[in-house]
Every structure is written in C-alpha cells, then in structure tokens.
Design a protein around this ligand. Structure first.
Ligand code: GLU
Length: 478
C-alpha cells in the first residue's frame, strides 16, 4: 500500500524514475538499460481455501525482477493492499539491494492480499501452505531458483510453514531448508535474523557517522550520541533500529509514529515500554508516559536530527516533503520516499540514506542463513573451541611471564573473559553484517564524492548496483 497521493507516479514508476536518473550516468551498451529495468515475470495466482464452512478465494503474486544471478531473493508480504505494481517495485529494489551488498542473488518479491489479523493461527497456516503450494509447484519457491523471506505481515512462523510445505513436496531434496530464509532457529534459521534489518540500520548509521565529511553534508556534527531520532513504524524493523540506537549508541528516540498517531517526548521514549504497550493495546493511544497526538503526520515533520521511516512506501510524498525538518533521513522501509519527494528533499539539501542500502541487513543475514542451510552446519561449530584453546595458550603464557617477573602486572579479568570466548554463530553473523554494511556504504560514498555528476547517495547506490548487474549480464554474454 502506498501512502502517496494518487497524482504521483505509482511505486513501480517511482523506482524506475530513480533508476533512470542513475542509469543516465552509466555507460551501458544499447538495450542493456531496458533489460535491467524491466521486471522479467510476475506470476499471479488465485486460489481457494475452505474456511468457516465456505470457500474463500485469495490473490497472490510472486514477481521476478532480474535473474542475472540465481536464486532470486525477496520477501513475501501479507497485506490487504498488496498489488502487482507494488510487488514489482519491491522486486526491482531487491535486485539493486542484493547487488549493492554483494548478496549473490537476483531480485524477487511476493505478496498475498490478506489482512492477517482477520484470521486465526490455524486458518493462516492453511492459507500460507496453500499459497506456498502454488508457488512451489512452479519453482517460484526453490533453494536454487527462488528463495522468499519475511516481509510486512509475515515472520518466522510463516517461513516455517513454507519450509515444511516445500519439504513435504520435495521429500528427497537434501537442501530443502534453503528454500526460504527467516525461519525459526529450530527449523533451520540463523541466529540474529529477526533483528537483522534493524541491526543493519544501526550499522549503516554508525558507518555514516564515521565520515565527518558526510555528517557535515547533512548539517550535523559529532557522533550518534545524543542525536534526536524520530521513527515512523514500530514493527520489526523500526522497533529493533530504535532499540539498538537508543541502547547502544546514545541516540534519543524523541518520536514514534504508528497507525493511530504518535508519541513525542524530547527527553526520549523508552522503546521497549512503548512496544510492549503497543503489542498489548494494539496501538499507541493511551500510552501513559509520553504525550500522544492523533496527528502522526505532524510528528513526521517535527524537528529532529534523523528521521527513520520504517514502515510503508510513499509516506514522504509531495504533500509533506516541503515540511520535513530532519536534515538526515534513513529509509529503513522500502520506498518510503516517492520520486517527487526525493527531488524536493534533495533540492532542500537533505541527506537521504537510501533503502537499497539502509534496509539491506535483512537480506544480508538471509544470505548467511541460505549458506548455512546449504552447508548443513552452524557457523562457528568447527572453529569455536579451537579458537578458544589458542586464546587460552596466549593468556596462559602471559600469566606465566607475569609470574616469572614477580607478579608485577595482572590481566584485567574482563579482558580475559572477552578474549577467551570464541565466536559463536551470533557473533559471526553480526561481524558479517557489520562488514557488509561498511563495505557497501564505502562503495556508495566513493561514487558520491568521486563523481561531479553525482550529488546524492541514492544515485550513487543505484550506479554501484547497476554496474554490478550489468557486468553480470555481460559475463553471461547478454
Ligand atoms: N523482505 C526483506 C527485504 O525487503 C528481506 C528479504 C530477504 O531476506 O530475502 O529486504
């Protein structure tokens, strides 16, 4: 569902407009530009499920944007507003996102027109399995061809149903678990996947703030510590981003915007408390510890240092782009800024950390999960104790030297504890994610600062992605 007004281009057109701006600056062989831009195929399925004494018909999509690398990758969204245009826009973004963070996938996306809140668990399982069945039998879910993941309205539970459905239909496929990512840990998932997109947002901002020149371009200075942040959407991505930024980086979450309005507190909101309230009460209304306003739009336009739209596409559009006060905007959602709003914000000197980079933490950790499933072994299982044994050797030797010198210095016990601990799966996932976000940011900023014709991070991100997709096609001889 786009929150943009009807007089703006559609979401897919908006993504294409941003692509066009960038591709105009890339030297591609004739025809290749069009080949990259278009969506290869979109499959629409209508299927019936026997529910509540009758048959209900559902409509779902799986769109494949680019198969320059396979499998193709991208989430499955459950929302009443899902439509072909949206799924295609999201699939295109997946292509560019994967290229930018060097996840070896093409782009895809799926959606089911459904409001999951209208169904109980058992009904949702029937519907999800039936949708999965339709996609699996056409290889639109397959470990080597098309690997879905969670998106809006779906999570670990739906991914476990999909994985099980695939395994039932492919009883001899030893790689069955790699057919979908974002599964629960006990069903072939990986540590750190649930919070991965939010964690990626944190790593993205940390890297941005490592470059004083970039921070200055947004009219800011210093570090993340003390920065005022407004988050729109306290779902999985917004919640984890806000939690990590406030708990670990010293950022102050001054505003949280949700469906039923917003909370605002210049002294900072307690993210976990707000989330607990929301889960119990279904919204922010009535939250006792901060001022609530029904006018969420006003809080989007409030003064802050960093605005993080983390829910729907199109929330910053022609109606409000002129009023946004945040100097730095990080797109944790896919497509939260329309192409028209992007023009306005750029003209106003705002710095935008674009979605194809900023929310790539999810697919990055999905990539690790897929590799884990294919290798059939948990990350760190072989090395962890060996690493610990080697560290023990070093610490033991240091302690021996200390004794030999007459016990003149002592190792800090916290150093010892930290140094001795070998990395488990979660530490390795975080390290891989951090490295990915840093490297991707650096590749974008090189183009941003290195070329006179590039004045924003989004165009830079698209240029890096387009270059990589194009060389993949060239290598294939296309
Ligand atoms: N749905 C997420 C996204 O938009 C994750 C996709 C994935 O992990 O494949 O990036």
């Amino acid at each position: 569902m786009s929150a943009a007004p009807a007089n703006e281009p559609t979401f897919r057109q908006s993504v294409d407009l941003m692509f066009n701006r960038a591709v105009a600056l890339v030297n591609l062989s004739p025809g290749l530009e069009e080949k990259i831009r278009v969506c290869n195929a979109t499959y629409t399925v209508r299927f019936g499920v026997r529910l509540r004494g009758g048959i209900q018909t559902f409509t779902g999509y799986r769109s494949v944007h680019s198969e320059h690398m396979e499998p193709v990758k991208g989430g499955i969204r459950f929302a009443p507003s899902v439509n072909q245009d949206e799924v295609e826009a999201l699939a295109a973004l997946m292509t560019y996102k994967c290229a930018l963070v060097e996840a070896p996938f093409g782009g895809s996306k799926g959606g089911l027109c459904i409001d999951p809140r209208d169904y109980d668990d058992h009904e949702l399982e029937l519907i999800t399995r039936r949708f999965a069945y339709e996609l699996i039998k056409r290889d639109l879910i397959n470990p080597s061809q098309n690997v879905p993941a969670p998106d809006m309205g779906t999570g670990e539970r739906e991914m476990a149903w999909i994985a099980d459905q695939y395994a039932r239909m492919n009883t001899t496929d030893i790689n069955a678990r790699a057919c979908v990512t974002g599964k629960p840990l006990n069903a072939g998932g990986i540590a750190g996947r649930v919070e991965a997109t939010g964690r990626g947002v944190e790593y993205a901002l940390r890297e941005f703030f490592r470059h004083p020149e970039d921070v200055a371009a947004a009219g800011l200075s210093g570090t993340l510590d003390g920065k005022r942040v407004i988050v729109q959407g306290l779902g999985n991505v917004g919640y984890h981003a806000a939690k990590f930024l406030s708990e670990e980086d010293g950022a102050i979450i001054t505003g949280i915007i949700e469906r039923d309005g917003a909370l605002f507190d210049p002294a900072g909101l307690d993210v976990d408390k707000v989330r607990d309230w929301m889960v119990t009460n279904g919204g922010l209304t009535g939250y006792p510890d901060a001022g609530h306003t029904a006018d969420g739009g006003a809080v989007m336009e409030a003064e802050c240092d960093i605005l993080i739209p983390a829910a729907l596409e199109g929330v910053i559009n022609l109606t409000n782009a002129h009023n946004i006060r945040a100097p730095l905007i990080l797109e944790a959602a896919n497509g939260p800024i329309t192409a028209g709003a992007d023009d306005i914000l750029r003209a106003r000197g705002k710095v935008i950390i674009p979605d194809l980079f900023a929310n790539a933490g999810g697919v990055t950790v999905s990539y690790f999960e897929w590799v884990k499933n294919l290798s059939h072994i948990r990350f760190g299982r072989m090395q962890r104790r060996q690493e610990e044994a080697r560290h023990e050797l070093v610490v033991g030797e240091l302690e021996r030297l200390d004794l030999a010198m007459g016990d003149t210095w002592n190792l800090d016990p916290r150093f010892k504890e930290k140094y001795l601990r070998g990395a488990g799966e979660l530490e390795l996932v975080r390290s891989g994610l951090d490295d990915t976000m840093r490297t991707a940011y650096q590749s974008m900023r090189e183009v941003w600062h290195g070329r006179e014709d590039v004045t924003d991070l989004r165009t830079a991100a698209f240029i890096v992605a387009i270059d990589r997709v194009a060389s993949s096609y060239r290598a294939k001889g296309l």
